[in-house]
Ligand binder design. Structure first.
Ligand code: PGA
Length: 254
């Protein structure tokens, strides 16, 4: 049984005060929703206030990135132990914006996933192809390279979640069609089966990300291999994210 996850990736939006307001409002709006894990991932500076505002609600808080060492002379970096102490329960790793603008590679994704899992937090590891890769027929080859290079060693960990985010769909309003999402998710699940076996493949949750909105979530969640969403723009406003959460509830997959 795979419980859906709806995770909001707030990117570099919201101060601590703004995060408090949004989390409080979201908490009220999703209070009655069952059967879905609701996660918000604010910037590092807003994590303590988001955790405080989420207390007593069904919202969990996650970070958008981390460093893999526990501590040390790594100016500007944040360790998973530091995040755990704040009350974070999830960490996003390998988002395409980190790969594109901050030099993240499959090798660094591998180390970060390992660090998050070692600390006992849930890791949402991201992958996905660019438009040029899709148009030149390389989608599956790219996904396979990313899984084998960044995820393969960790697949049997029950706290690992995969987020398939086609780069061309992120922040563009161009959502993958439900069929395109299903095709990629089925490919990824097949690959997990090959690498880690059928038990892991049927248990691992694979989220879709890229222009998820209240009006397209139901069709995406209706796909057999889509187990939730990683939502950017539409998660910034509590009302819109609450609608997406409601759209994902009760769609548990076996
Ligand atoms: P988007 O972002 O929903 O704004 O397309 C998704 C993401 O980057 O995780």
């Amino acid at each position: 049984m795979r419980t859906p996850i709806m995770a909001g990736n707030w990117k570099m939006y919201k101060t601590a005060r703004e995060a408090t307001d949004t989390v409080r409002s979201l908490g009220e709006q999703v209070a009655g929703v069952t059967g879905v894990e609701v996660v918000v991932c604010p910037p590092f500076t807003a994590l303590p206030s988001a955790v405080a505002a989420a207390s007593g609600s069904r919202i969990a808080v996650g970070a958008q990135d981390c460093y893999w060492e526990k501590e040390g002379a790594y100016t500007g970096e944040i360790s998973v132990a530091m995040l755990a102490e704040l009350g974070c329960r999830y960490v996003i790793v390998g988002h395409s914006e980190r790969r594109q603008y901050f030099g993240e590679t499959d090798a660094t994704v591998d180390k970060k996933i390992g660090a998050v899992l070692h600390q006992g937090l849930t890791c949402i590891g991201c992958l996905g192809e660019t438009l040029q890769e899709r148009e030149s027929g390389q989608t599956f080859a790219v996904l396979e390279r990313q899984v084998r290079g960044g995820f393969a060693r960790h697949l049997s960990a029950s706290h690992l979640v995969i987020a398939y985010e086609p780069v061309w769909a992120i922040g563009t309003g161009k959502t993958a069609t439900p069929a395109q999402a299903q095709e990629a998710h089925a490919f990824l699940r097949g690959l997990v089966k090959e690498v880690a076996g059928p038990g892991v493949a049927s248990a691992i949750r694979i989220l879709y990300g890229g222009s998820v909105k209240p009006d397209n979530i139901a069709a995406l969640m209706a796909q057999p291999d889509v187990d939730g969403g990683l939502v950017g723009g539409a998660s910034l406003e509590a009302g819109s994210f609450a609608k997406i959460v409601a759209g994902a509830a009760q769609t548990r997959k076996t």
